[in-house]
Design a protein around this ligand. Structure first.
Ligand SMILES: NC(=O)c1ccc[n+]([C@@H]2O[C@H](COP(=O)([O-])OP(=O)(O)OC[C@H]3O[C@@H](n4cnc5c(N)ncnc54)[C@H](O)[C@@H]3O)[C@@H](O)[C@H]2O)c1
Length: 454
């Protein structure tokens, strides 16, 4: 099955073939299946998929949403949209040429529209309840990252998938960026021999970094902290690059700039008395899309998209350091700093025969010759090659359009195993969840003590 290739078979394939080496449903609730008993995500390319989507915010509306109608008219029939905000779901509906039905209750939508596949783009902590309910109602699931924010939810998704025979695909779009693919190919081809360790330093600048503190992500109960919400991208990439699973995790985390550390505070930027003195004041009224998607809908649920990032009750971290040991012995160091003057990543792989280094800057206060540099540095011969691949067209360097094609046509060849199944989703989430638990307890966490995927 293309979505659930085992670790062994993927590793064997890579070694042999690479060129050049709502909130009303509760987790675990039992629901009678109403949708067809086939794996919709394995349907032949000529079959049209009935698709429903929950969470019509930015990702649900602008990445998935009506783009499916435009880009995949022969494959996708969007039959339903659901959001707890009735105004936002109607706004999302208004963007379609052939508008799908809209709902504010998930189970009602599934029963009324009988989709084959449900796309989950609601806030992180709600993914598990919708993924599980969708499977119990007979649907396959395409879920945004992170798959879940607690170990209990990871376990419940795994159990539901086994019980229902349905499938969950997690949309790790980062796996589809050209530089990520190039690294995967190099490692799998043995370009630097056995990998001993990975160092990753991830920096979010004050624009991007602060954005998470303005909304629901700022609370652990919603996002699991940025180690789950944001870290899930890189954790999945490292798991996938190494073809390995995390075993032991230790972490530190602190909140140094945002939340209670702010020099003053308000409810949100509009109407704030500190506009002129706040370095992070954001005038949402200048952003047309944000006005339509959030401000014009806020009377229905009070979701303030430009909420003050100095709110006292913010309980996530802005400065984080994680150490992880993998089941193949690789050591992984990760730091996430979201108060940086640079937006980007520096990742290095240290191997028995050399080193791969990726430096990727998206925004920085100078003009580097290249935004992204991928270097292969070998011991024998003692040499360096610059291998920076071209970025593709479309969101996230071409990764967003690529993942849509990949998950909607799962019969297309997937030699690198880019299509991520629930196990990959769980392994990425659990690394962040374990890191948060380690910060809270001061102890080293063992994945085997947190989940059982047997
Ligand atoms: N893969 C990526 O690169 C990427 C990028 C952005 C967001 N995401 C993911 O997409 C998801 C949505 O993020 P976003 O930026 O669109 O957030 P958002 O705040 O713009 O949208 C969330 C939507 O969910 C709705 N909602 C809130 N609680 C709900 C509930 N209980 N049931 C149903 N709907 C509910 C809100 O009303 C809102 O419309 C998150 O899981 C996020 O991690 C992924």
């Amino acid at each position: 099955m293309p979505t659930s290739s085992t670790k062994e078979s993927r590793r064997e394939f890579l070694q042999s073939s690479l060129p050049g080496a709502t909130a009303k449903l509760t987790v675990g609730a039992t629901l009678a299946a109403i949708a067809p008993q086939v794996l919709a995500l394995e349907a032949t390319p000529s079959q049209k998929l009935r698709v429903a989507l929950v969470g019509t915010g930015s990702r649900g509306t602008y990445m998935w949403g009506e783009s499916l109608e435009q880009e995949f008219p022969d494959r996708v029939d969007t039959v339903g949209l659901c959001d707890i905000n009735p105004l936002r779901v109607e706004y999302a509906q208004s963007l379609y040429k052939d508008p799908p039905a809209v709902f504010t209750d998930f189970e009602t939508m599934i029963r009324a529209t009988k989709p084959d596949v449900v796309i989950v783009t609601s806030p992180d902590a709600t993914h598990a309840q919708y993924a599980i309910a969708a499977m119990q109602l007979g649907c396959d699931v395409i879920c945004e990252k992170p798959l879940a924010t607690t170990a209990k939810d990871c376990q419940a998704i795994h159990d539901a998938e086994k019980q229902t025979g349905k499938k969950v695909i997690v949309t790790f779009n980062a796996r589809y960026s050209p530089r990520t693919i190039r690294i995967k190919e190099l490692i799998a081809a043995g370009a630097i021999g056995d990998i001993y360790s990975v160092d990753c330093s991830e920096m979010l600048d004050l624009d991007h970094g602060a954005s998470y503190f303005r909304r629901w992500h700022a609370y652990k109960a919603n996002s699991g902290t940025l180690l789950v919400q944001k870290g899930s991208h890189i954790f999945d990439q490292v798991n996938w690059w190494l073809d390995a699973e995390p075993v032991e995790i230790t972490a530190l985390g602190d909140l140094r700039k945002y939340g209670r550390n702010g020099p003053f505070r308000s409810t949100h930027c509009r109407g704030c008395n500190h506009k002129s003195e706040c370095e992070l004041y954001w005038d949402i009224t200048k952003d047309k899309r944000a006005m339509q998607l959030y401000v014009q809908c806020e009377q229905a649920d009070g979701y303030l998209r430009d909420a003050c990032l100095y709110r006292e009750d913010i309980d996530i971290y802005d400065t984080m350091a994680v150490q992880c040991r993998y089941d193949n012995g690789v050591m992984f160091n990760y730091s996430l700093n979201v108060t940086s003057p640079i937006e980007g990543q520096i990742i290095a792989f240290n191997g028995s025969r050399g080193r791969i280094e990726l430096r990727s800057y998206h925004r920085q206060p100078w003009n580097p010759e290249m935004d992204t540099e991928l270097r292969l540095i070998t011991n024998d011969p003692y040499a360096m090659q610059l291998l920076t691949p071209e970025q593709g067209e479309g969101g996230h360097g071409g990764a967003d359009p690529a993942i849509k094609r990949s998950v909607l046509y799962p019969d297309t060849p997937d030699p690198l195993g880019q299509r991520a199944d629930s196990r990959a989703g769980i392994m990425s989430s659990i690394l962040g969840i374990a890191a948060v638990r380690s910060i809270e307890t001061g102890e080293t966490m063992r994945v085997a003590d947190m989940i059982d995927l047997s």
